[in-house]
Design a binder for this molecule. Structure first.
Ligand code: NAD
Ligand code: ZN
Length: 396
């Protein structure tokens, strides 16, 4: 079969590899039909995420038809159509029982440097996170689903059967970015009447904006530098406001947008680590020992109202320096972050899709064949005009 393999910075290759088999009684093997490229994959593509090995199979957002079923998988049969979760959870450990599926204790045997978690012993320790499909060996090194076939371990927990009649486009985003966008709002406790500002108008930020309105937000403001993405937002999300941070500093723009002297109740970070600075910029600010003005988490802290909520859904690994704990404390803020526990939300979100209350498919702009993955990664990574979310098609 064909699969997308990681070979290093900006180097992904579609190569032949063996079709996976059921190797555990709780596995299924899927014939993949739709498989997305995620902003999280770009962290790998840019070489920003440690723990990758040459030849790793990428992909953690996929949907397909059940081809083979392990004897301990209840409720799934050959021919069923399922979407998978990006996180691989066991469903029975302490964390899974508390619906903290991305904290699953059983599916990630990897160890990472303790420095990632604030210890300085130089030893390694468990990452404390679940396994992920097609991601770094820090998250278990599981084979991904940017492939013609994929093995899904613990299929009772990590597959959601989707009813016939719903096209792939409407349900494939249940694998990650729709639950992630919802989780961003949960972390920020977005509710009736809230004014919400979101950094990042990529697929995750756009869906977070949509979810915020569904949850009753009165204002949603998207911050980005890509004019095309901001225009796209205005076209597809009724009532959304935008700030292009290359033209206006978000803090200044927000001050004008809130003439009563208040500020957003909730600020959501949907950008992720490597976009914060260039290496040169980072070096300059580090040498001057100044707070880096483009360090986004600080910017959220400055922009949110006193007593407000900050939600960090963009991916970070290890230290990000210059965290302004002083401003955070003085303003009396609450900040939550995390990988989205997909399985906690996907039944509810599928229901909303079926009822017509939410349709995430508007973010999908490109559907190239899997064979064109290298070009598709390049296009998505460059924020090419016209490109928001890419779904690779296997032609099945
Ligand atoms: P993306 O790269 O398409 O979008 C990021 C956007 O941020 C881009 O449009 C970019 O122009 C914009 N941006 C860059 N610098 C900015 C700044 N200083 N201020 C405001 N905007 C800025 O990625 P995506 O697919 O939308 O994913 C966004 C983030 O969400 C990534 O870090 C990804 O890893 C993360 N993510 C997290 C989870 C989770 O469970 N927590 C799940 C999926 C994705
Ligand atoms: Zn993803």
């Amino acid at each position: 079969m064909k699969a997308v393999h990681w070979y290093g910075k900006e180097d992904v290759r579609v190569l032949d590899t063996a079709v996976p088999l059921v190797t555990d009684p709780q596995d299924v093997v899927l014939k993949v039909t739709s498989t997305c490229i995620c902003g999280s994959d770009l962290h790998l593509y840019e070489g920003a995420m440690p723990g990758m090995k040459r030849g790793d199979i990428l992909g953690h957002e996929f949907l397909g038809i059940v081809e083979e079923v392990g004897p301990e998988v209840a409720g799934l049969q050959k021919g069923d159509r399922v979407v998978t979760s990006f996180d691989i959870a066991c469903g029975s450990c302490f964390y899974c029982k508390h619906k903290l599926f991305t904290g699953c204790d059983s599916t990630n045997p990897s160890k990472v440097q303790e420095t990632m978690y604030g210890h300085h012993t130089g030893k390694t320790s468990p990452t404390n996170g679940s396994g992920f499909f097609g991601y770094t060996h820090m998250t278990g090194g599981w084979d991904g689903g940017q492939a013609e076939y994929a093995r899904v371990p613990l299929a009772n927990v990590n597959c959601l059967k989707v009813p016939p009649g719903l096209p792939d486009d409407k349900v494939v985003l249940l694998s990650d970015i729709l639950p992630t966008a919802w989780h961003a709002c949960e972390l920020g406790e977005v509710g009736e009447g809230d004014r919400v500002a979101i950094w990042g108008a990529g697929p995750v930020g756009l869906l977070a904006a949509k979810c915020a309105f569904v949850r009753g937000a009165s204002r949603v403001i998207l911050v980005d530098q890509e004019e095309f993405r901001l225009e796209f937002a205005k076209k597809h999300i009724q009532g959304v406001e935008t700030i292009n941070f290359t033209k206006r500093k978000p803090q200044e723009a927000l001050r004008e947008m809130f003439p009563d002297g208040t500020a957003p109740d909730v600020c959501i970070e949907a950008v992720g680590m490597h976009y914060t600075t260039s290496w040169l910029h980072w070096l300059e600010t580090a040498l001057k020992l100044e707070t880096d003005p483009s360090e986004i988490v600080n910017e959220l802290i400055y922009c949110v109202r006193k007593g407000g909520r900050v939600s960090v859904i963009g991916a970070y690994a290890g230290y990000c320096n210059h965290f302004n704990i002083g401003a955070f404390m003085e303003k009396g803020l609450c900040m939550k972050a995390g990988q989205a526990p997909v399985q906690k939300y996907w039944h509810m979100l599928l229901g909303m899709i079926q009822e017509g209350k939410l349709d995430p498919s508007f973010v999908i702009t490109h559907r190239p064949p899997l064979s064109q993955a290298a070009e598709a990664y390049k296009m998505f990574n460059s924020k090419a005009e016209g490109c928001i979310k890419v779904v690779l098609k296997t032609g099945a």
